[in-house]
Design a protein around this ligand. Sequence first.
Ligand SMILES: C[S@@+](CC[C@H](N)C(=O)[O-])C[C@H]1O[C@@H](n2cnc3c(N)ncnc32)[C@H](O)[C@@H]1O
Length: 302
Amino acid sequence: MQTIDNRQGTLPGQELAMLLAEMRRGTPWRDALGQLDLPILSGKRHWFTDVGKARYYLGLPAATRQRALDIGAGSGVIAQGLADGFEQVVALEHEAGWCDFMRERYAQDGVSRVTVVHGSAVPRLPFADAEFDLVVVNGVLEWIPEAESSLGPRESQLAFLREVRRVLRPNGVVGIAIENRLFLRHFLGGSPHGEAPFVVVMPRWLADWYTRRKRGSPYRTWIYSYRGYHELLRDAGFADVLVQPVLPTYHTPEQVVDVRDAHAARGAFGTPGGIGRAVLGTLTATGLLGYLSHSFYIRART
Ligand SMILES: C[S@@+](CC[C@H](N)C(=O)[O-])C[C@H]1O[C@@H](n2cnc3c(N)ncnc32)[C@H](O)[C@@H]1O
């Protein structure tokens, strides 16, 4: 069986436990995060502190600004940012440790508009129909199949997105951040969620066969291309789907551009030499580079 620790793009359980222990000793959350020198935490501090990660979502055209839901809220950084634009924010998270972290964080920062709900997004969202103007799914859709093993990866993501649609009000908006399956570096062996090299760009049947052989468990952290996300959202019943590269990545969002803006996308790839430069130059000239960027912001309407 593959070991899936409860890291899910955040922190390994042991590091989160050490962070919480430090806070229980009385260290303010920001100081605890800044002081602890742990392998994963040290490289991701800004993931938990940059409330600018909520900016894209605050700009989405929600009909009213009453209630927003952040699914898989993790450290709570985005829910905290959403509280600047919505009367009430609900932060749903299935890791008890992160819920403890969020409650303490909000208490220390005097954030009163965010309610933390400890629970899973699958198989059903623990909310009534049409409760929210905005639902945020930042770095979470790819993990949904891990929590819903009775369905295939795409089916579980579709069922989840239909649930998102159910809890949105008429004219409600969903905002999603997620990696691009066709990110250029995936063709060089890069792996977004701990998969073996090249698995993410293999045909699904081959990726599954190879992962079962190598790890003894199926390949489930499916991500998609620009076109694949359009199809997924449409199949889930959403309208007005817009998929845009977020540069350089959704973890450190600086710019959201049109997918055809290859020149903007070029900046996110740095300055390689030799053949790398030639490849990037060609992909920029042909207008394809935006389709090969690291990640997308996606928005859609009910
Ligand atoms: C990559 S982190 C993203 C955290 C946060 N959204 C952010 O961008 O800063 C994914 C989060 O989703 C949570 N998660 C994954 N599956 C979930 C589920 N089925 N129900 C609730 N939370 C879930 C994980 O525990 C983790 O905190």
